[in-house]
Design a protein. Structure first.
Lengths: 228, 249
């Protein structure tokens, strides 16, 4: 196995892990945002609660969720390792630097953006994921079957202006992170081709705007609809 | 032109170093940046002071010897080598900050001179063809499509100046290494050793202490030879396919 460990501890091997976990997390976000669109259904949360039960009990989804946890942890750990290597590569910095001339702000600050997203993720998982699995969630009955009423937890959480504002701001950071990360992951995998790279870049830009906006619109929608 | 130069002075590799400020006068807008430094050094020499040491050789933009991080960018405000940068790119009365390349793998030798032999060691690790390619062959004896020949040539125009390392926030040498891997990997003579080459050159690049790539694109944007990021993607393909299929354990 020595060639495997040697590869995974090279700069390119570590970047490969960043790219693969990052791309999987993009897939996860796509699924997450699609499913959560059920919050907009206006049926008192029935569809959302049925969906939430499916997502926490279906064995295939469970397996995918473990891959997601591993991806998050791997992405974080390898970003810390790479950041340390990168920082140590320039022990003495420049007195005057004009980096904005040749690269985007997001691309130079992926670590900071990622850290903010990680803090958000911890709060987010504590608020909903932990509650759904181990918290005290009231039950509702649809067609004689019992469901955890996660919808009520979500609507209650987003009565709070601070919570809504925090979510919207966090999504802005996610947007910046994705604006660089999406296309960057393909480049790291070596998938650079004049036929496809322009399309990947456009897709990345659309994705990095659309998905965070959809996510951010959920707390805003709930805040305004459940107030009235 | 009258200028104020803020220049990094450092006696030797172990000296801590610091900035010194020098006024210069009578600079023509047609002078190259290096000629402007020559004027400064003549003045310093006349006064009996130690002239500012900086790397230079051909002064034609083809050798890759000149460096300098000028006002926050490698080779200054234009995408060219410092020797091909002229004083018309600056304005009268301007203060110009001049620093050496900053990277762990490029230690400062003296003042603005850095040791770039880390690049030589990356080349020594595999940036060559060890099969006998014979004398100059007749044209088209070995069929190589023009697009491939052009791409390989574009990669080969890398002069190894190190601006990519200087520009990168991670002091990464991936643009340089990828150009050197690409120029050989695309051609029939270079394909023979492509797997071992990719593995060895990347191992050497890591061993030298260069950082990883964040795909910011600063290297390509600052490269005086316009080496493109497609080379880095190609290097990644070369490396990943090499490690899973080569005979090296």
């Amino acid at each position: 196995m020595s060639w495997v460990t040697k590869t995974l501890s090279s700069t390119l091997g570590r970047k490969l892990i960043m790219a693969l976990t990052g791309l999987f997390l993009i897939l996860f976000l796509t699924g997450h945002v699609s499913g959560n669109l059920l919050l907009f259904k206006g049926d008192g949360g029935e569809a959302f609660n049925i969906y939430a039960k499916f997502m926490t009990t279906n064995p295939a989804v469970k397996l995918l969720s473990y891959v997601t946890y591993i991806s998050v942890i791997g992405h974080v750990i390898y970003s810390i390792i790479l950041t340390q290597v990168n920082k140590s590569s320039r022990p003495v910095g420049y007195a005057k630097s004009n980096a904005s001339k040749s690269s985007s702000t997001a691309s130079r600050n992926m670590g900071i953006l990622g850290t903010i997203i990680l803090i958000f993720l911890v709060i987010h998982m504590q608020s909903f994921w932990y509650q759904m699995h181990w918290g005290e969630v009231p039950f509702v009955t649809y067609d004689g079957e019992q469901y955890k009423d996660l919808f009520s937890i979500v609507t209650f959480a987003f009565q709070n202006e601070l919570m809504v504002a925090g979510y919207v701001v966090a999504m802005a950071f996610l947007s910046f992170h994705l604006s660089h990360g999406f296309a960057s992951a393909f480049q790291t995998l070596g998938l650079n081709h004049k036929k496809y790279t322009p399309a990947i870049e456009v897709l990345g830009r659309i994705y990095s705007i659309l998905v965070p906006i959809l996510f951010a619109s959920m707390p805003i929608y709930i805040y305004f609809t459940s107030q009235s | 032109m009258k200028l104020t130069l803020k220049i990094w002075r450092q006696k030797n590799a172990s000296d801590k170093g610091g900035f010194a400020t020098y006024p210069v006068d009578g600079i023509s807008t047609d002078m190259s940046f290096l000629e402007m430094l020559d004027v400064l050094n003549e003045g310093l020499t006349e006064k009996g002071e130690d002239p500012v040491h900086f790397d230079h050789d051909c002064r034609e933009g083809i050798c890759g010897m000149c460096s300098l991080y000028i006002n926050g960018n490698p080779h200054g405000p234009l995408q060219t080598t410092t020797c091909q940068l002229h004083m018309r790119s600056f304005s009268d009365g301007e203060t110009i900050t001049i620093e050496p390349w900053r990277a762990k793998a490029f230690p400062v030798v003296k003042d603005l001179v850095v040791n770039r032999s880390a690049f030589d060691r990356i080349i020594q690790a595999g940036g060559y063809v060890s099969v006998n390619t014979g004398g100059v062959p007749d044209a088209n004896e070995i069929p190589i499509p023009k697009t491939i020949a052009d791409e390989a040539f574009d990669a080969a125009t890398c002069i190894g100046c190190g601006a990519c390392v200087a520009a990168c926030k991670n002091a990464s040498a991936m643009l340089f290494t990828s150009a050197k891997i690409s120029q050989l990997a695309m051609l029939p003579q270079g394909k023979v050793e492509r797997k071992t080459r990719a593995e060895k050159m990347i191992a050497q690049m890591d061993a030298e202490g260069f950082g990883a790539c964040t795909n910011t694109g600063a290297c390509a944007a600052e490269c005086p030879k316009g080496i493109s990021l497609t080379n880095i993607a190609r290097m990644n393909r070369e490396y990943f396919s090499a490690v899973v299929s080569s005979d090296n354990m």
